[in-house]
Design a protein around this ligand. Structure first.
Ligand code: B12
Length: 490
């Protein structure tokens, strides 16, 4: 089969947890999910391409031209719940012009498998992982198997949508994502220091149960240290990658595994730096090993500066632990970023002020203040659906809902107040003279300076006080000239 995977651009949504300016400057990331799907299909003997239309700034018409050249037998798209309608719009256009089957996958399929493929233009869905489903589906399309026997497939039969249950997967058995199909030179994230840059996932799942997180209480499914380091080495040697952001929900969940990864990485002596996400409850030993192995940034889930809120959201950490870990991290020379929630259960004006004051005291290198949201599969969402009898996200996928702010009955603050407070939190954090001075002194290149200055000015002057739709939204791109060059090259 000839399989074309398309990563479409997406607009800013009012129902998002981040402010528009944060979303704009977040960065250009490789479509990693599609790169996994591509390598799985290729291992099964199929011919695959990935078109990263978002990064390459390709219009639907330009993608159509490329697809006509590639002549695919089937198209594939990754779907998240929040950007579902953007992707659907692309599917409709390409399906009308190419008339080939469309298969979709991605996190949203786990939540709404039937609803996702209820749209006329979508033929198949992959409920969980592509590992077994895609090779089996392609066998079925080549007449070697029945659709009924494809594990984890959603399909249509006589006006009915059938969901074949998925089979658990071992993450270790996945091939490396097909980065050779991606424009690796074009990716960067807001705090990136080096190029080429990429993202990696080395484990799936998280056994914890935070109220606001969709990954809570899912089976921890790690790859072996040797496999992780082999993928890093591949990135380094084959794609000139010099900086990696590890996107695992909690990279440091298994201390022994991380220490072994660090030991193996040190042996390789690669001139490469990396970042990861971690819980706060880790110790100095692991941090020291990480620093020696090239870790330069850690994104910590801090959430609040108020112990009562940390307890309510089931975070399982203390204010004292946060202070200690951030101090050790910074003392070791690793940059510390904090993820915070605004509008968490029992949040008030006073607690937001306390959280921002706490963030300032920690003197973090970067901060992200997200609006607490009832995202699908989170305990907060389950409670909301139970309480109101309505599932906004389900209706959104079915095309019956518009993009709007969701209710937050767990706090006395209104959505409008939360928007204003989130904006205020960023401005208040970043306009301190000490922070500005440090930011300027730490800048390593003109490009970095420009990116940070634009983001700062946009936050001050362009971010609306109350979030609203932005139909013309385009993510910030640092290197438009390189994009044009790359577009011509391929
Ligand atoms: C890397 C990443 C990104 C990257 C690249 C996009 C991507 N997914 O490739 C960037 C930064 C661009 C990104 C953007 C966004 N992301 Co993101 N992202 C991730 C992350 C951290 C890793 C993805 C990954 O490689 N996982 C490992 C692989 C093995 O698993 P997988 O992604 O589930 O893919 C498997 C299956 O789902 C399936 N599959 C996936 N896609 C497809 C497509 C086809 C055709 C088929 C057949 C199968 C298939 O097969 C894959 C291999 O088995 C996940 C969290 C996570 N740890 O998974 C979030 C995650 C997928 N992202 C999420 C979100 C919310 C977003 C954004 C909306 C954030 C934002 N506000 O901008 C955008 C939307 C992008 C879009 N087009 O819709 C959510 C989705 C939740 C939901 N209910 O849909 C997740 C789960 C994070 C989270 N917990 O909130 N993301």
């Amino acid at each position: 089969m000839r399989f074309a995977l398309i990563f479409n651009p997406f607009k800013y949504k009012v129902h998002e947890e981040n402010l528009r300016i944060v979303q704009k400057y977040f960065g250009m990331f490789p479509p990693l999910s599609l790169a996994w799907v591509a390598s799985i299909a290729r291992e099964a003997g199929h011919t695959v391409t990935i078109i990263d239309a978002r990064t390459l700034r390709l219009s639907k018409e330009e993608v159509l031209c490329r697809l006509k050249e590639f002549k695919p037998d089937i198209l594939g798209f990754m779907m998240t719940t929040y950007m579902f309608l953007d992707t659907l719009e692309w599917i409709k256009y390409l399906k009308k012009n190419l008339n080939v089957p469309v298969v979709v996958g991605g996190y949203n399929l786990r939540v709404y498998p039937k609803e996702s493929i209820s749209h006329l233009e979508i033929d198949f869905g992959v409920v969980e992982h592509a590992l077994d489903t895609i090779p089996q589906l392609f066998d079925a399309l080549e007449g070697k198997r029945r659709l009924e026997d494809v594990v984890g497939l959603v399909y249509k039969k006589n006006n009915e949508i059938i969901v074949n249950p998925p089979k658990p997967v071992v993450f270790e058995s996945f091939p490396f994502p097909a980065r050779d199909l991606l424009p690796n030179e074009l990716y960067a994230e807001f705090p990136t220091e080096r190029k080429n840059f990429t993202v990696m996932v080395t484990s799936l799942g998280c056994p914890r149960g935070c109220l606001f997180c969709e990954a809570g209480r899912t089976i921890y499914n790690p790859r072996k240290p040797e496999t992780v380091v082999k993928e890093i080495e591949d990135c380094y040697k084959k794609y000139n990658i010099r900086e990696i952001d590890i996107f695992d929900y909690d990279f440091t969940a298994d201390k022994k595994r991380v220490i072994e990864i660090c030991r193996l990485l040190k042996e390789k002596k690669l001139d490469l730096i990396w970042a990861c996400r971690s819980r706060i409850d880790i110790d100095k030993e692991i941090l020291k090993e990480m620093k020696e192995a090239g870790c330069r940034r850690i994104y910590y889930g801090i959430e609040s500066g108020v112990q009562e809120i940390l307890d309510i959201v089931n975070k399982g950490i203390t204010i004292k632990q946060i202070r200690e870990t951030i101090k050790i991290t910074k003392d070791l020379g690793i940059k510390a970023l904090g993820f915070f929630l605004i509008g968490a259960p029992k949040e008030t004006y006073k607690t937001v002020k306390q959280t921002v004051k706490f963030a300032k005291e920690l003197n973090l290198d970067y901060v992200q203040f997200s609006k607490c949201l009832a995202k699908p599969l989170t305990p907060l969402w389950r409670q909301l659906v139970e309480r109101t009898g309505k599932d906004y996200w389900r209706d959104w996928i079915l095309g019956k809902e518009i993009d709007r702010n969701l209710p937050r009955p767990w706090t006395e603050l209104t959505n409008e107040q939360i928007d204003r407070l989130a904006r205020w939190a960023y401005i208040s954090y970043h306009t301190r003279p000490s922070f500005l001075l440090r930011a300027v002194l730490n800048v390593r290149s003109f490009k970095e300076f420009k990116r940070k200055l634009f983001a700062y000015l946009d936050m001050l002057f362009s971010q609306e006080k109350v979030s609203c739709e932005d139909k013309n939204f385009v993510a910030y791109c640092e290197e438009p000239k390189k994009v044009i060059f790359y577009k011509r090259k391929i």
